[in-house]
Design a protein around this ligand. Structure first.
Ligand SMILES: Cc1cc2nc3c(=O)[nH]c(=O)nc-3n(C[C@H](O)[C@H](O)[C@H](O)COP(=O)(O)O)c2cc1C
Length: 253
């Protein structure tokens, strides 16, 4: 089994691992540290799980580009997973299904799961919780059954929610800033998937390039990097109210 994910703040990776089971033999490809720059040709017959966080109702644009350009399957059965921050996953699963099927990976199962919102951490705080993790494990068992029984000739396309009208998502207006706790370890500049943190001046964020993924906030050892500011605090409060009602995972098998 090959597991491909992008997980700047760790929840998507955790979800993929909870689905696949920690004891299973899985080859992981983390697009945060190892973006696809060359073709990834899947060994014939090898199942693949692709897990993506939801950004503006779609999968992150840089992942869409990488997967479309470089994922090469030959009938490899696939599981599509979207992880979202309790607002909505909109077109993300449908988009991932289209990308995988076009790459030669028929989608036999899909799931949308909830994780703490990476920009507004009070939203879906504590998710995934024990109930989510149990559901992920049960979903993994069902996926294994479907993958084992996969017959390409009998594949019927899953009917997933989403309108297949993909746009270039608008930019999130909030970007992490850095304060004087920065000790210039360069972890943020080395990890930023968008090249938005210059090596020479890692206390600066290039708002034009930043995709607001929060990887730099997550790994900063001194918490120097954070979302800050009055506009951010106001939006965080409003978002927590708007998205306060608990959503539940959805499984498609
Ligand atoms: C730029 C950006 C846009 C997001 N858009 C959405 C969204 O449309 N709907 C939603 O419910 N959550 C949204 N989220 C929240 C993430 O989908 C969620 O926090 C996810 O668990 C992050 O995965 P990670 O922890 O693996 O990085 C967004 C997060 C970011 C950074």
């Amino acid at each position: 089994m090959i597991s491909i994910f992008f997980s700047p703040r760790g929840t998507t990776k955790r979800t993929a691992r909870a689905i696949l089971g920690y004891g299973q033999k899985v080859e992981e490809r983390d697009l945060l540290g190892s973006p696809l720059k060359e073709d990834l040709v899947l060994p014939p017959g090898e199942p693949v799980l692709v897990a993506m966080p939801v950004y503006a109702g779609q999968i992150p644009v840089l992942c869409r580009r990488q997967l479309k350009a470089h994922l090469k399957g030959s009938g490899n059965p696939a599981v599509a997973v979207a992880v979202y921050g309790n607002r909505a996953y909109d077109n993300a699963l449908a988009e991932l299904q289209d990308i995988l099927e076009e790459a030669g990976c028929p989608v036999v199962a899909a799931g949308a799961f909830i994780g703490r919102h990476s920009i507004f951490p009070k939203v879906a705080e504590g998710r995934p919780d024990q109930a989510d993790l149990a559901l992920m494990a049960a979903f993994g068992d069902k996926c294994r059954e479907k993958l084992a029984a996969f017959d390409p000739a009998a594949h019927v396309r899953l009917d997933l929610p989403g309108d297949h009208a993909y746009r270039e998502p608008g930019r999130v207006p909030f970007h992490p800033s850095c304060n004087d706790r920065c000790m210039k370890c360069y972890a943020c500049a080395n990890t930023c998937p968008a090249g938005a943190i210059p090596m020479e001046t890692p206390w600066i964020t290039d708002g034009e390039k930043c995709i607001s993924c929060g990887a730099c906030v997550f790994l900063c050892p001194t918490q120097a990097r954070q979302y800050r500011g009055e506009a951010y605090e106001a939006a965080a409060g409003a978002f927590a109210v708007k998205c306060g009602q608990r959503r539940e995972p959805e499984l498609f098998l």
